[in-house]
Design a protein around this ligand. Structure first.
Ligand code: SF4
Length: 99
């Protein structure tokens, strides 16, 4: 496979491949809506559910490299949009969690 120019693409491929190899879905896959658009009172709780996730490191790398600011939770962190900017569409995230 060719090495992608965009590091986010490479990080995405690694995360997606790892998700496909799982025998049981990640916790966010079973409740993607809560993780992509968390209610403020549940953010801290949902973030703790990432602990022990088998793809935690890859999820964190992808979110950091891609500068995720979709308002969702990635690898135990609430990735809030920058002030004054709307949250990005969570399409990719939903797709990742449902594999
Ligand atoms: S957000 Fe990332 S670390 Fe948390 S459960 Fe989902 S895939 Fe795992």
């Amino acid at each position: 496979m060719n090495r992608p120019r965009n590091p986010a693409v490479g990080a995405w491929r690694e995360l997606h491949s790892a998700l496909l190899d799982l025998t049981t879905p990640t916790v966010c896959a079973s409740d993607a809506e809560s993780f992509t658009d968390p209610a403020p009172e549940y953010v801290a709780y949902l973030a703790t559910l990432c602990t022990g996730c088998p793809v935690f490191a890859l999820c964190n790398t992808f979110a950091n490299v891609n500068r995720e600011r979709d308002g969702g939770i990635w690898a135990g962190k609430h990735r809030q949009p920058r002030r004054g900017r709307p949250a990005a569409e969570p399409k990719e995230r939903t797709a990742a969690c449902s594999t």
